[in-house]
Each structure stands twice: as C-alpha cells, then as structure tokens.
Design a protein around this ligand. Structure first.
Ligand SMILES: *Cc1c(COP(=O)(O)O)cnc(C)c1O
Length: 460
C-alpha cells in the first residue's frame, strides 16, 4: 500500500472507554433495533461512524474556553470574541450565532424566498431543502454530471453546473429565483469539494441576474484544503486566505458549526454587508432562537466555537484529517472495494451496489452492508440510497436512488489508526462472504424521513 497514515498532530489526555460486545451480543442488539442503526444505543457501538456532525473531540483550549464562557444574557464577552473571530476569518460584517445549521436556514430563507419561487443549489442538504420548501418555494439541484459516477475520479465533483444554472434562471425568470446556495463541501455528493473557479463563475451569474448567493458552509475548511491541494493557483496560499477569498464571492452564509468548527453544538448566520437584511434576521432570531448576542447557545458554547473556527483551519490538522480518509480509501483500493472516488472530506461512501451485486435496490444493499458492519465489528454507519430516498409520494412505489452507499462518516480528532484498520478489515471480511449476505424488507415505516425510524427484517 502506498498511502501512509499521517500521525495525529495532538496527544490524548482524556479517554472515553468504549464497550466491547461479542458478535452474538451484537446480533441480538441489531435484531432488537429492528435492523435500523439509528435505533441502536450509542453504548452498544464500538466505532460510531453514523455522522461527523457534533461528534467532534474538543481541544484542551476549547475546554478552557468553556470555563471562561460569559453567560450574560445580553452583550457577553464570548459573543464579541465569536464576532471578532468570524470577521477575521470570513470578512463579513454581521454575525449572528444560532443553535445549529438548520436554525440559520429557518431564520434566513423566510426572508429571501416565497411561494412560487425557486432556490437553486449545487446540491441541497436535506434540512436546507426542507427550509426552502417550508417557505412554499421549490428546491432545484444543479450539480455537475460527473458527481453522479462513483468510479469517475475528478478533482471537484461538488461543483455547480454553471451552464445549467443560467439555463434554469432563464427558464423560470430571474425574479422567480430567490436564492442560489453553494454547499461546501457538497455533502450529498459525498463530501466532494467546489473549486474557487466554480465559486467565481457562480457568483458572476448571480451578479448578472441580481440573485443573492448563499454559502452553506458546514465544511468550509475541508473545502479550502482541497482547493489548496488541487487548484494550481492556490498551492502557495494559506487555507485561511483561501477561505476569505471563497467567502468574498457570496453575500450570506449559513453554517452548521457541528462539522468543521469542531464543536458539539452551534451554528452561524453571517451577512456580508446588507444592514437591512441583518436587521430583519435579528428580529427573526429573537423570535426563534433567543436574543441576538447568544442565539440559542450558552456563552460557553460561543467561546468554544470562536476557538474551534481557528482550530478547524489549522493545516497540520487538515492534513492529518484528510490523510485518514486517504488511508482508508487506499486500503479499500487494495482490496478492490469501490467507493465514491476520489474520497470526500468527511467520510468514505462505500458503493454497496458493487459490493453486494446480488441484492436489488428495493432490498437495500446499503442498509444490508450497514447491518453487516455492525455485526462484524460493532461499527455503526448509515445507508445513503434507496432506503433513505423512500417512496414516490404520488404512487407509493419505492423509488430507485442513483447510488446505493453505506457512509462511514469520520468524527474529528476521535479515532486512531488502529480504528481505521478495524474499519478496513471489517469491510474486507464482509467482501469475502458477500454472497451469503441477504437483503432486507421494511415491516413498518413513517410517512416522511423514514430511515430514522423504520423497522426492517432480513429476507431469508
Ligand atoms: C449538517 C448540515 C446542515 C444542517 O446543520 P445542523 O447543524 O445539523 O442543523 C446544513 N447543511 C449541511 C451541508 C450540513 O452538512
């Protein structure tokens, strides 16, 4: 194998013991969980790869910040520390903390969209899509075609299809497009990055038609790191400089701070210079979240976030984090296991359709693989495919997704090289007995977002 694991740029001074169950116990637990990994108790999981959201390990400096959090209702010191950090990093004037990413979406989209309008994105994240649709507007995805082929290696598979964006604007009329959203990295396409050139081209189209450009910024630092690695002009720029340039092309950003800002809870809404929009956003924040200087968070959360934004931009950390993905991907390459490639910024999306070709999409190969990973090694993942997609709302028929993925989402600063070897070894063991693995059927499902709650059973 040609890829070496990049050593952790930190050492461990506090540990969290994890329980080791036997294979028989795990088989019993997943059966009791009705074969839904969301129903498992966290304590019954050995390596938890369900999501990279809010699962990060904070640093000693962040924990020291927690102790120094200012809990004043109005005008606390921690709020001003956060505003100063955001202005420095992103170059935006108006900074509004909120309790998580979807809260920023709720505050913002009600101001930019209305019934009959459209929002267009390289790819909407599911809560972002939901908040566009809650305003009565419709959400349209406009990602480049190459994102849809998992075996096609391209440097910026998260990009907006700029030509198609302009066609959509002309087709519906510019006054019908309330907002364009650039999601960095493109989560739904597998954590794939957006290039600076694509950001500039998208901004130019938005400017030409007078449409507000919003960045959905959850993984801003991973995206900037990929630009430095893959876009020639930026190889000598710092990740911080790249970030500032990227944000200079947009008007507003929303952020789930539970990802690259390395905290367990938090979010941001930031407005570059539109004082009128900020005034309206403040009003909605007070109704939905809390007074403007805390926005639904404790002072200690604001303090940890102000510190985490900088730690997330640290290039030694980003190199190590990206190295973890590259290491796991290289072990899968050696074993002939396919995934969305090149590997994304926050996890490995294993191509379950390729690994379990005998299981049809309506028997959920991605879910079958998620269940096997838990039985094999106590690893919790989630399916991103037909099981998550659900049924056609008109006919009730199962829809067929473009991909059948099992996502191994990697928490920040949490797992070590030996955990990554457990992940790779488990997938290799499963591949060796792939033809014995069965599909699943749903025995109960709620009407929406079924994957969180549904019950399944194996098809014998
Ligand atoms: C997580 C996420 C959100 C929503 O943020 P929450 O903090 O979970 O509310 C929005 N957009 C993207 C791209 C995300 O990854």
């Amino acid at each position: 194998m040609s890829v070496k694991y990049i050593p952790e740029p930190f050492r461990i001074k506090m540990v969290e013991p994890i329980k080791m169950l036997t294979r028989e116990e795990r088989e019993q637990k997943i059966k009791e969980a009705k074969y839904n990994t969301f129903n498992l108790k966290g304590e019954d999981v050995y390596i938890d790869l369900l999501t990279d959201s809010g699962t990060n390990a904070m640093s000693d400096i962040q924990w020291a910040g927690v102790m120094r959090g200012d809990e004043a209702y109005a005008g606390g010191r921690s709020y001003y520390n956060l505003v100063e950090a955001c202005q420095d990093i992103f170059g935006y004037e108006f900074i509004q903390p909120v309790h998580q990413g979807r809260a920023a979406e709720k505050v913002l989209f009600g101001l930019l969209l209305e019934e009959g309008q459209y929002g267009i994105s390289n790819m909407f994240f599911d809560t972002t899509r939901a908040h566009v649709e809650l305003t009565g507007a419709r959400a349209l995805d406009c990602v480049v075609e190459e994102a849809k082929d998992p075996s096609h290696r391209a440097p910026f598979k998260g990009n907006m299809d700029v030509k198609k964006l302009e066609e959509l604007i002309n087709e519906h009329g510019k006054e019908k497009i309330g907002v364009v959203v650039m999601t960095i990295t493109n989560n739904s396409a597998g954590g794939q990055p957006v290039s600076m050139q694509n950001m500039k081209d998208t901004a130019e189209v938005c400017k030409k038609y007078g449409i507000t450009l919003v960045i959905d910024a959850a993984r801003f630092a991973e995206n900037a790191f990929f630009i430095k690695q893959r876009e020639e002009e930026y190889k000598n720029k710092s990740v911080k400089e790249i970030t500032k340039e990227m944000f200079s092309y947009a008007d507003v950003f929303t952020m789930s701070a539970k990802k690259d800002a390395i905290v367990n809870m938090g979010g941001l809404l930031a407005i570059k210079d539109d004082a009128e929009l900020y005034q309206l956003a403040k009003g909605r924040t007070i109704s939905f979240e809390g007074f403007t200087t805390y926005g639904g968070l404790s002072g200690r959360d604001l303090e940890a976030l102000a510190i985490g934004l900088y730690e997330g931009l640290d290039e030694n950390y980003l190199e190590y984090r990206n190295g973890q993905m590259e290491y796991l991907a290289a072990r899968l390459d050696d074993a002939g296991i396919a995934y969305q490639s090149p590997v994304g910024g926050h996890g490995v999306f294993v191509d379950a359709k390729a690994l379990l070709p005998h299981i049809p999409s309506n028997e959920f190969p991605g879910q079958a693989l998620a269940i096997e990973l838990y039985k094999e090694a106590g690893i919790r993942t989630c399916e991103i495919g037909s099981y998550m997609l659900g049924n056609d709302p008109d006919t009730g028929e199962q829809l067929q997704a473009d991909f059948e993925f099992t996502r191994l989402a990697i928490a920040r600063r949490v797992y070590t090289q030996s955990h990554f070897d457990v992940m790779a070894d488990a997938l290799i063991a499963i591949k060796e007995r792939a033809d014995e693995i069965n599909g699943y059927r749903i025995t109960w499902e709620p009407p929406v977002l079924r994957h969180f709650q549904a019950s399944l059973e194996p098809i014998k």
